[in-house]
Design a protein around this ligand. Structure first.
Ligand code: G6P
Length: 759
């Protein structure tokens, strides 16, 4: 109330003052204009009177002059006139003037030497007058003064009216202001404050109600956004505390972001964490005139992002977005995630030629098919190899720059794009503890042996203190390859390679995902009150009682065509499912500069079309292919509407889609059909494992998935969720980091670095 009163008093005073000043200015302007006009009129009239007055005075003295003044006054429409000869009383005056001046001759201002002409507004005997005095010749050049009187009562009445209306206007204005002020203060300030306070109180007592409609909080918009963020942090902190308490209670050892943060902090003893990958976690891309932030479709990014969020540190990656340069500082750095910065991203810039040779060429047309036995021939070009070396040197330079000033830093290098980087960094920073994680399979020595630069690649990798793979089989393949190709000592019991005095440990560390309970966006999606399976299917245009889902980058290793053929065989064999089953394939186009990927895009589309044409009836069709990038929320929704998820990779290091599907199913329902050639198959034993090359087996697995009794589905899903929960990505990071942190730094001399023949 006090706020309203203060506002009303202030606004009312302001409005009143403003009205008075405006009225005063109007009246004054009119008075000045009138004074000027009458002054000119009076000057001319005085000159005419002079001509008549002198003979009259001569002829009949003051009496005759009085008559002349009366006559002149009525002719000129004057209120009166008077002539003075230097004495206080007038020499001659019209009757009205004589009466008005009776006893008060000084009531009229007269001119003197300093102001020979003077006009003034006066009031005589309640009459509003304008008087004008000017020098006047009397007999024999004797000097006198004449005063002419004009009636200005009209003007006086107008002025009084103006003041009157101004004051009358102020009253309703002030009332209106009072009403509006009270209304606005209540609706936009006091109401939202009361609601926010109420909401905060609820929050304090652990009643997590959503903050009211944003329209309700009006002016307090920015405060409410901050408060919502605060609430979210509070809710996460409360959930983490509850989880910790639950874990203590159950003597469990679940890894959480908080536990990882504290654990890493203790293990690193002040050293910092650096991570290198080709793909960056956030890309700035241009959409028309706007710049958008996009999270690229990459299992590696999905897995590593929660770790950096938990531990801070610096992520060094190729700046591949077309608006990336606009988002960084002069040292090519920025803090991410953009809406809630938790760690640093250092972007490394490559020329189109470098990107072509290093990324598309050597990494993705050479090493990718070499390591994935998926029957696409690897291409090895000398120019690509030169550019691969050059880019590894660029990244080494960036890493060394970022590490400057940090003692015994911890470096986690990701994937096949950087086989040379471990040795290059070790050479310049022997104190750094370096781990390299190979996210894709490692083939047997014969298969790897066809690479013309196998020795250099192994040399580079062995610069690391730790080489990680997802599964034991890939570790074994790597050790055998090293044993076959290099002069070194492999210690099979310890899974270590010794070259000179440098030891490299080779270990399996199966990567994983963060369960939605630790990821705000997924938890929000799950809790959304409007969450509606039927509505999501309608949005997607999917018809059918049963829905299967596939989520992949469009890559030949993912077995997408084999998957479609499995669906085709299933419909052939089980026609009862026609019009009752639909399959949604979310496919993000990937590496489309490479010819093999371009033809694959077309092949996938043609195959889906062919199968749809074969079975479709009316508006129903079996395969819905969405060829675009999907964000995390969209994918989480897809997982939740699916009766089963189909992962049919021909070969895959891990495949995180399988784990993400399991992680998202907090309803403990749904079936996972999983290729036996994925790393994930070693852990998710409750999935229906298939050989994707065996189309009949894939078809049979789809049928089994759709007809599995509810109880079995839930038991299998519950067991898989327990596994993913216990071996989540925080545990992966904790194990890897703690193994690496145990490396004695500075390590003995590194193996000979891959030197700069690339120039
Ligand atoms: C695989 C690789 C990652 C890569 C991802 C996406 O998961 O192991 O290193 O980031 O594919 O591929 P892209 O070439 O688009 O980064």
């Amino acid at each position: 109330m006090r706020l309203s009163l203060r506002l009303i008093a202030l606004l009312a005073t302001g409005v009143t003052l403003l009205t008075l000043v405006v009225t005063w200015a109007d009246v004054r302007a009119e008075r000045l204009a009138l004074g000027e006009r009458l002054q000119q009129q009076a000057q001319t009239a005085a000159e005419r009177l002079q001509e008549a007055a002198e003979p009259a005075l001569r002829r009949g003295g003051p009496g005759q002059l009085t008559e002349t003044l009366e006559r002149f006054g009525s002719r000129e429409d004057l209120a009166g006139a008077a002539v003075w000869d230097g004495k206080p009383a007038p020499l001659a005056a019209t009757l009205t003037v004589a009466r008005a001046l009776n006893g008060r001759p000084d009531a009229v201002p007269r001119c003197d030497a300093s102001a020979p002409h003077c006009g003034a507004f006066v009031t005589l005997n309640d009459m509003a007058l304008f008087t004008y005095s000017t020098p006047f010749r009397l007999e024999r050049t004797k000097a006198g003064v004449v005063t002419l009187f004009y009636d200005v009562s009209d003007f006086a009445a107008r002025s009084a009216h103006a003041w009157h209306s101004a004051l009358l206007q102020v009253v309703p204005q002030v009332l209106l202001i009072a009403l509006v002020t009270v209304g606005v203060v209540h609706a936009s300030v006091l109401g939202p404050i009361r609601k926010t306070a109420h909401w905060m109180k609820d929050l304090r007592f652990g009643r997590a109600t959503p903050l009211s409609d944003p329209a309700d909080v009006g002016l307090l918009d920015s405060i409410s956004t901050e408060a919502a963020g605060l609430a979210q942090s509070l809710a996460s902190a409360r959930a983490a505390a509850e989880e910790e308490a639950r874990l203590r209670e159950a003597a469990d050892s679940l890894w959480t972001p908080e536990r990882l943060r504290v654990g890493v902090h203790n293990r690193l003893e002040g050293s910092r964490l650096f991570l290198v990958s080709n793909r960056e976690p956030y890309e700035h891309v241009r959409r028309g005139r706007a710049i958008e932030v996009q999270v690229p479709a990459s299992g590696l990014v999905t897995a590593l992002e929660p770790i950096l969020r938990a531990c801070d540190g610096t992520w060094i990656a190729h700046g591949s977005g077309d608006a990336d340069r606009e988002a960084v500082d002069e040292r090519s750095r920025l803090r991410v995630p953009p809406d809630q910065p938790r760690y640093s991203l250092r972007r490394v810039w490559l020329t189109p030629e470098e990107e072509d040779g290093y990324y598309f060429g050597f990494s993705n047309e050479g090493l990718w098919p070499l390591c994935h036995i998926a029957y696409t021939r690897p291409m090895f070009r000398t120019r690509d190899w030169e550019l691969y070396q050059r880019v590894n040197h660029h990244f080494a330079q960036a890493v060394v720059e970022e590490m400057a000033g940090d003692e015994a830093p911890l470096l986690l290098i990701q994937d096949y794009h950087f086989a040379l980087l471990p040795a290059l960094v070790k050479h310049r920073r022997p104190d750094a503890r370096i781990g390299v994680f190979w996210h894709i399979p490692w083939p047997n020595p014969e298969a790897f042996g066809i690479c013309p630069w196998r020795t250099e690649l192994l040399d580079g990798l062995l610069g690391a203190d730790l080489v990680g793979f997802h599964i034991q089989a890939h570790c074994r393949n790597f050790l055998e390859t090293v044993d076959r190709c290099l002069e070194c000592r492999v210690e099979w019991e310890r899974h270590a390679v010794y070259r000179g005095e440098h030891a490299t440990l080779v270990r399996p560390h199966p990567i994983s995902v963060a369960l939605p309970e630790f990821m705000n966006e997924a938890r929000d999606a799950a809790a959304a009150p409007d969450w509606d399976r039927a509505a999501t299917r309608r949005d997607l245009g999917v018809e059918g009682l049963y829905v299967g889902v596939g989520v992949d980058r469009i890559d030949y290793t993912k077995g997408i065509i084999e998957r479609f053929r499995g669906i085709e065989r299933f419909l052939e064999r089980c026609p009862a499912y026609l019009e009752r089953f639909a399959f949604v394939q979310a496919g993000a186009p990937s590496r489309i500069q490479i010819a093999r990927y371009q033809t694959l895009l077309v092949d996938v589309e043609v195959e889906a079309e062919r199968i749809n044409r074969r079975f479709q009836t009316g508006t129903w069709r079996p395969i819905h292919l969405f060829r675009r990038h999907h964000n995390h929320e969209e994918i989480a929704r897809l997982y939740r509407i699916a009766d089963f998820c189909l992962v049919t990779s021909l070969h895959d290091g891990m495949n995180l889609v399988a784990k993400e599907y399991v992680a998202c199913r907090d309803d403990e329902d749904g079936v996972l059909v999983l290729s036996q050639f994925t790393g994930a198959a070693c852990e998710l034993r409750d999935a229906l494992l298939v050989n994707p090359y065996d189309i009949d087996q894939v078809a049979a697995a789809i049928k089994t998935a759709l007809e599995m009794p509810g109880q079995e589905r839930r038991e299998r899903m519950r067991r898989m969720r327990r596994g993913v929960r216990e071996r989540n990505v925080y545990k992966w990071a904790a194990d890897l980091i703690s193994e690496l942190a145990d490396v004695r730094a500075p390590a003995a001399r590194a193996p000979a670095a891959v030197e700069a023949e690339w120039l």
